[in-house]
Design a protein around this ligand. Sequence first.
Ligand code: NIG
Ligand code: FE
Length: 394
Amino acid sequence: MSVVVANIGELVTFAPGRPVRHGAAVVLVDGVVQWVGDDSDAPPADARVDAAGGAVIPGFVDSHSHLVFAGDRAAEFEARMAGRPYAAGGIRSTVAATREASVAELRVRLARLVAEARAQGTTTLEIKSGYGLTVADEERALRLAREVTDESTFLGAHVVPAEYASDRGAYVDLVRGPMLAACAPHVRWVDVFIGSGAFSVDEARLILEAGRDAGLGLRVHAGQLAADGGVALAVELGAASVDHCTHLTAADVQALADSARADASTDSPSASTATVATLLPLVEFSTRQPYPDARRLLDAGVSVAIATDCNPGSNFSSSMPLALALAVREMGVTPLEALEAATVGGARALRRDDVGHVRVGSRGGVVLLDAPSHSWLAYRVGVPLVRDVIGGPR
Ligand code: NIG
Ligand code: FE
């Protein structure tokens, strides 16, 4: 089935040398981009979609989310807005609710969140476990995640569950032993939450090295609550991404920039060795933390992504457009830089060549906006501008 998207006012392709073009059309066959060119040259197709002079952008790549869970923590959010700080301990209440829930209930909730994200333009979505924290509950979460995405991540090291509170070492051994063995067949990635109330750098090293030995790619939560040494570990181990980066030292910024500079594969994220800094501005919004300085990172040469981190605790929004608007308003980047971080940047964070752009062969889908330019995503903040989403990995 071929579709031509015609009458596009502004097409954001992120193609090298020509990231934005005007008066263009795009042809997709079974969701894969087959042709990009001037509207007047567009070949015939089975169906025609009229962009009505609006902007068309690549599908967002949300490279960080936690969508397999039950319950909510609205009361915790209200307490935060009244001045209470975010603490990792809240994760345990979602663990209790998730363990109680049936597979059917978790599947319905997950499907609803995935549909919600897609309606806002997200076509590629990474999903982590981390609210099971037993071998069976983590494996169950990851089987569910695998039903909706190829980008699933084992996060048994989210927090130490209550039943292991007096023996952390035993929990770390469980995660890097039997839990990893049960979960590895269902995932591409392993992740560890480094920070106070979660895991130390030394514990994270043990778990990440075991994940790497099991053939998984590495991701790290670090720098959310303080500069904690997690960025240095992520770069040292060649992690694809270090996420949050709310608190960074000058040495962290240098290490991230050096890893981007040492990466020879500028056009091939799948061959990349760089550690991407994935910024999560919705978390800063929802936890009243200072926003990370994306301008400083880009100017230093760091490879930057923007993602939602949608989860019931530190941020319960799946909105990539809002994340992008916050980055523009609070983090010193232009609308085009923010959009690039939310598409190409996310693809780099997932080491994917095939999503995050609109070029021949792109599999990441396209998003039609009710707006003449991508900048309106930040300009008309909070307004649902996504008119249609076509294609996407699945
Ligand atoms: O990425 N930082 C750790 N994990 C999540 C929060 C999960 C939760 O609070 O439930 C995050 O922010
Ligand atoms: Fe997270």
